[in-house]
Design a protein around this ligand. Sequence first.
Ligand SMILES: Nc1nc2c(ncn2[C@@H]2O[C@H](COP(=O)(O)OP(=O)(O)OP(=O)(O)O)[C@@H](O)[C@H]2O)c(=O)[nH]1
Length: 337
Amino acid sequence: MFWWEREKETGSREHNGSPPCGQVRVLVVGDAGVGKTSLVHLILKGSSIARPSQTVGCTVGVKHVSYGSVSSSSNSIKSDTHRDFFVELWDTSGHERYKDCRSLFYSQINGVIFVHDLSQRRTKANLHKWAAEIAANGTFSAPLGSGGPGGLPVPYLVIGNKTDISAKEGTRVSSGNLVDVARQWVEKQGLLPSSEELPLAESFPGSSGLLAAAKEARFDKEAVIKFFRMLIRRRYFSDELPGPSPWSISPLQNSLHLTSENSSDENQLHRRLSLSGEGYKSSVLPPLPAQLNLAPPPTLYPQQPMSVPESYSFHRFSTSGLSEMGSTKSSRADINV
Ligand SMILES: Nc1nc2c(ncn2[C@@H]2O[C@H](COP(=O)(O)OP(=O)(O)OP(=O)(O)O)[C@@H](O)[C@H]2O)c(=O)[nH]1
């Protein structure tokens, strides 16, 4: 099954009377039960989901993200411009059952969010397989000049979930994954019908990581939004980048927890712009530089491939390096939501 979900808060709203003027597509992948659907819900709604059902195939959610820039005219007078964009979040099922068909959803990808369960080390190691699968079977929009993990040619973000049950790693096992194992066993026996309803949520300890994160506002929303904006910039504004990307800085600074690295104009931009797009006040705006020669697709489908010459070294928006992605060591560098 495949359906389209729009963000309720902003999806039906057209800021400033203008529809969003482009979109980027982000795949959300990881093993079954790591919390992809929960994460996407948190990103879209800003709240936790109590009992997510297992994703069947793929679910697409859409978030509005505003992107702006400070442009300089020839007479050195600066003007602010900003636009709304769709960020499509393609939440793909991590279940083995969909392995053969899920590459259907690996189409025109701008970026990838990898999710793993901090209490289940193998889910982090498996991210390499996910990266390789996507790299081998996907098509990409605005690809990087060189490949990342598994040859993945687009920026990615790694998110470690279930911090609440990973605290005593090694001494405690995620009950959620025990349930998953049980579910897989039951399915293999042919005992579980297509409804796939097992009471996953009820098996967890009282506080869930995402739930707690949502309640305590610990969710690093800004880092995620920054990732989305970076993808928007790459796709639609790449000709605004005169030199190396602000992300292509020394590896030591490649941390999602570091905001100091973002002393670029993009960070100032974040301060100026509302994350949710609220306060979007400007009237009719001139075309953005990249749009002068790029026609954004009028609808979400089909997304047109775009070739962007990558003459700069691009930083992957992840603090987990290739090797670490396959390692079992948990890293402070991941966003732990
Ligand atoms: N303890 C705990 N449980 C969580 C957390 N996040 C999600 N869960 C639970 O983990 C289970 C699986 O979450 P989902 O979001 O459906 O996982 P998924 O990765 O989308 O799973 P698939 O659709 O099967 O690929 C659900 O019962 C969630 O309530 C968390 O941070 N902590």
